[in-house]
Design a protein around this ligand. Sequence first.
Ligand SMILES: O=C(O)CCC(=O)C(=O)O
Ligand SMILES: [Fe+2]
Length: 203
Amino acid sequence: MDLEPCQAVVDALADRGWGTFPGFVEREEVRELARECRTQWDAGGFRHAGVGRGEVLHVNADVRTDHIMWLDPEFATPAQLRWHGRLEKLRLAINRDLYLGLADYEGHFAIYPPGSFYRRHRDQFRENELRTITTILYLNEDWRLDDGGQLRLYLQSGEESPYVDILPEAGTLVSFLSGTFLHEVLPAGRQRMSLTGWYRKRI
Ligand SMILES: O=C(O)CCC(=O)C(=O)O
Ligand SMILES: [Fe+2]
């Protein structure tokens, strides 16, 4: 059955709380976002990611060593506007079927230089408890298994939990319930780019 892409994400979230969708965004569109990501990187637009945001930002290199640049809707490029259009469609579809009351979205480009990682964590924490659904779009063409850099998503909460490893291949979307799933980014052998974000509930 050829499900409409947004509906496939909604169904996966409803059935098991997570899903991975290769080819969610077509090649040319992903290429444009990847170009913008690299341009911003070259222009010095990124900074070390912290754990938390704003005043409670702590750069903690034991936990994560990626670099990020927050998207500002006011200065969105045409490619970013298209991406936000898709996210808005998905937000409405999730709200319609799952009654989550998602109110808005915050997102950033992320770059993991070779060797970078993000240790096991959940996306919902003290100052981020409104984060409800995580979405990640990967921007890396021809990612190979031996490049590393997989997103390891733990399916249960215990130490011995089974997990799935997801390759950060261009066009693949991953989505999961932010408060439920522990996950980590394994060190990559090459630069790893993504567009990561969260739908948030109303305060
Ligand atoms: O890039 C990924 O695969 C996951 C990133 C992540 O876990 C985060 O930014 O919270
Ligand atoms: Fe995360």
